[in-house]
Unconditional design. Structure first.
Length: 170
C-alpha cells in the first residue's frame, strides 16, 4: 500500500510530527498484521528467514539463511509448481529465563512458499545445507534453456563483380 503525501512548503512543525506519527502507526500496523495463512504474527517471536533468489540460463537457485536450525528440523517439499520450506528454530532452556538481560534472536517455526515458473523441471531439484544456509537448486527444462543455432545464409552467390572504370579525362 502506497501513501501519497502532498508537499506543503509552509507546514508547521506540529503538522510534520502528525504526518510522521501517522506513517509510523501505519508501518507498525502492517508489521503486526499476520500474513495470509498465518494464525500468528511475526511480532510474537516467530521469524522469517531471509532468502536470495538467483536465476541463470541453467537453473533457479534459492538461498535461505537458517542459522541455528538443525538439518533434520528443515522440511523442503515441492507440490505442483509450489516450493515450500518449513523449519523450526528451538529455544534451548539451558539457562534460567529470569537470568537473561535481553533475548533478541527469534525462535519458533516458519513456512516460506514460492510459486515456481513453468520453465523449472520439478523432477530435477537438489538441496544442500551448509553453515546455516539452505541452498535449493532447480534445473530448468530443456525447452526453456537458451539455444544457439548457426543459420547458414542461402541464395545465389554473386559472381565476381566487374568494376567499370570511369575515366574523366579532360
Amino acid at each position: 500500500m502506497t501513501t501519497m503525501t502532498r508537499f506543503v512548503p509552509f507546514r508547521t512543525p506540529l503538522e510534520d510530527v502528525a504526518v510522521l506519527q501517522n506513517r509510523l502507526n501505519s508501518i507498525f500496523n502492517d508489521f503486526a498484521r499476520p500474513a495470509e495463512g498465518q494464525t500468528e504474527s511475526l511480532s510474537t517471536g516467530n521469524f522469517m528467514p531471509a532468502v536470495d533468489i538467483y536465476e541463470d540460463a541453467q537453473r533457479l537457485s534459492l538461498k535461505l539463511e537458517v542459522p541455528g536450525i538443525k538439518q533434520e528440523d528443515l522440511d523442503v517439499r515441492l507440490e505442483n509448481q509450489t516450493l515450500t520450506v518449513k523449519g523450526e528454530r528451538k529455544f534451548e532452556h539451558e539457562e534460567k529465563e529470569e537470568n537473561f538481560h535481553r533475548i533478541e534472536r527469534r525462535f519458533g517455526s516458519f513456512t516460506r512458499s514460492f510459486t515456481l515458473p513453468q520453465t523449472v523441471d520439478t523432477a530435477k531439484v537438489t538441496a544442500n545445507y551448509d553453515a546455516g544456509v539452505l541452498t535449493i537448486s532447480l534445473a530448468k527444462k530443456e525447452a526453456a534453456k537458451p539455444k544457439q543455432v548457426k543459420i547458414e545464409i542461402g541464395g545465389t552467390q554473386p559472381g565476381p563483380r566487374q568494376v567499370e572504370a570511369n575515366s574523366n579525362a579532360a
